[in-house]
Design a protein around this ligand. Sequence first.
Ligand SMILES: Nc1ncnc2c1ncn2[C@@H]1O[C@H](COP(=O)(O)OP(=O)(O)OP(=O)(O)O)[C@@H](O)[C@H]1O
Length: 562
Amino acid sequence: MTESLVELFKKTPPELIDKVVYLSVGRIAPEYTGLDYNFGEKLAMRALAEVLGIDEHTTEEKTIELGDLGDAGKALYEEKGFKPKDKLSVEEVYRTLSEIAKTSGYGALKKKVELFKELLSKASPIEVKYLLRTVIERLRLGIGDNTIMDALAVAFTGNQENRVHIERAYNLTSDLGYVARILVEKGLEGVKTIKIEVGRPVRPMLAERMSVPSLILKKLGGRCGAEYKYDGERIQAHRKGDQFWLYSRRLENITHQFPDLIEFLKGAIPYDFIVELECVVIEPSSGQIQPFQVLMNRRVKYVSRFHILKYPVAGFLFDILYLDGEDLTTKPYPERRKTLEKVVKTTDRVNLATRKVVSSVEELESFFHEAIEEGCEGIVCKSLAKESIYEAGKRGFLWIKYKRDYKSHLADTLDLVVVGAFYGKGQRAGYFGSLLMACYDSETDQFKTVCKVGTGFTEDDFKKLDGILKEHGIEHRHPRVNSILSADMWFEPFLVLEITGAELTLSPVHTCAWDKVKPSRGLGLRFPRFTGKYRFDKRPEDATTEQEIIEMYLQQKQYKAG
Ligand SMILES: Nc1ncnc2c1ncn2[C@@H]1O[C@H](COP(=O)(O)OP(=O)(O)OP(=O)(O)O)[C@@H](O)[C@H]1O
């Protein structure tokens, strides 16, 4: 895949490189812009039928027969011997898809279909296949960010090692098309000068996990800043004058979801800023933090006064990345925390994450218990060293989370991707009884199985999951899924669920860490259980990685050995 992309990028005229990068993942702009086509499968079938002058039913039947609209389009074009009226160019495809994405309001659907028909009328059978998949947002080429970054490094610098510079720029801007353009126009030196900007989300810094307090302290040099780990939604808030942007953990623009939070932040920090906070629902009279599930009620398309009053939110700020023209990501954590303390006028709705500098196991343990009592998940222990910069897009030991579950040997819950399912029995016959769950391997860009989970689901969960999964069913194992087990149903990797379990063990059937810990064995999770938490805030590529699971397994061995 990387080699093909290198070849493509080398052939791409410089002024088109950003567009080709976006189109290779089926988009016309970075994900954070939220620019989607809003073009359902039905609409695509209609456009296809009208261009070919056939019945819509025929396109539908062909799609059912082949299991994919793209394949159906290609087959129908070939059967009809369709002659395109012209040749397609990248510019035209990009321009038309952009128009489709931006068309909304009265008469939008008709206009979208007309625009798309124009593209279809100029397409060859293979182009039809990918145009259809693109517009219904199921391109599924299996190209991830990592593949694109590797290919850019090789194509334009001749050396894959230069990917680190591309990655740094990407982590600060979350826009690979933009980084690619700077690379082509200004070379690697240009890429090295890319800085964070208000309005463009910064890819989040993430925490490592450890389950032994003494080892956490040792790792952090005997002393650390321990902060409550609030169990809410991570938000990155940006302000430029009166303009605000809120981004979710997966960098979706969620500004419209929290107008109340924006008002609170406006009053609390009277400067331009980029801050990070955990947003939770509180019980207004007592300030008591409500469970994560309550916050899910605010995940609606249109937030009304009802939502704002029924589910009042508060933000606990834990980092600041930018203040009035100054990039703070290169400053150490104690300095960033001090800045937060200085500039934030705290209220009952905007507060700083409760924090204590601890230097003994007793202090750390007692702070942890205090956090749990306050309704938190645990604590995040942060390095106080001068190297403790904000590492965008990285999971490292500058932050270590500690969230112990006494019933489990795991240092943390796992966020796994649903890739398949097995039929249930009795009332659930014909529906799923258990789900095949996978972790993410960023090196191979694959999803590898870890467990089959059938417990922890309520009746409501079954109903909700049946609905969600129906939309993402596919005929065969997805090409990015690596599984020995043969599931009854397969899904495209899409949905991330939080799973807990008793312990990680060597497994002859799960492909996670295959051959990496022991020959012909992988790692599996024993007694897996769904915690009830849907991780809509994570993309499949944000799921727990194979490498993390290997580290958790090694830690668990160490922990059990005392
Ligand atoms: N004081 C805090 N400092 C940093 N992160 C915090 C804090 N309180 C809550 N959090 C949350 O904890 C997360 C850090 O854990 P991690 O980096 O593993 O993210 P994650 O993969 O979303 O995992 P998790 O499932 O534990 O939230 C942050 O993404 C943030 O949402």
